[in-house]
Design a protein around this ligand. Structure first.
Ligand code: MD3
Ligand code: FE
Length: 203
């Protein structure tokens, strides 16, 4: 159930299944305090993926740029605390991939509805790119596209399904990646939606 996706990128298939119900309940608790919203990119486009955050820092985007902020711009309040089940899962997954002292300070929660996509990008808003990123997929499946350190490098397509956890570090940390438009589907726990949790050490 452990697959090497690329150099320093490890897929733990189904690793989140043991905690699936607790995880989804925790997402519901977070979004009651910090609702999903569609952020605007610096270029003025509204993202099709809806986002929110929990933990000390949250990733936000607006016309001024991308950044991490301790305050939710929608509510004016700090982001909800990171649920213990989130923190423990992220730490355990990182440790399995060889990152023993990963302590995320930000959890971005992405909600994909049918037709929603995330275009090709790098994650480079974090201070220390030696720190890994842990992602958890819940709900309906997506096809994830994974390339190299240059936008035009060849890409592979990988299905990510309910319960899959991926740890991206080292040589994969700055790889370009995308999520292809979601196909219509349904999952007993989420309906027609995919939820992705991304754990990062932003500062
Ligand atoms: C590879 N999210 O939030 S998770 C993102 O499914 C993001 O919501 C996608 O890309 C999603 O930035 C993909 C997998 C992922 C996350 C971070 C990465 C893959 C990564 C960072 C470096 C390389
Ligand atoms: Fe990303």
């Amino acid at each position: 159930w452990q697959e090497v996706l690329a150099e320093d990128a490890l897929i733990l298939r189904g690793y989140a299944l043991a905690e699936q119900h607790v995880l989804l309940r925790a997402v519901d608790d977070v979004i009651r305090e910090a609702p999903f919203r569609h952020l605007v990119t610096p270029g003025g486009f509204t993202m099709s993926v809806a986002m929110t955050n929990c933990g000390p820092l949250g990733w936000v985007s607006d016309r001024r740029g991308y950044r991490y902020d301790a305050i939710d711009p929608t509510t004016g309040k700090p982001w909800p605390a990171m649920p213990p089940v989130f923190l423990n899962l992220a730490k355990e997954a990182a440790a399995l991939a060889g990152f023993d002292d990963f302590v995320p300070d930000a959890c971005l929660i992405n909600r994909y509805e049918v037709g929603t996509r995330l275009s090709l990008h790098q994650d480079r808003d974090e201070a220390d790119t030696n720190q890994p990123i842990v992602s958890v997929s819940l709900g309906i499946p997506a096809i994830f596209q994974f390339g190299g350190n240059q936008r035009t490098d060849p890409k592979i397509r990988v299905p990510l399904t309910h319960g899959d956890v991926v740890v991206w570090g080292g040589r994969s940390r700055l790889a370009y990646h995308a999520v292809l438009p979601l196909k219509a589907n349904s999952h007993p726990l989420t309906g027609s939606v995919r939820i992705n949790l991304t754990f990062r050490k932003a500062r």
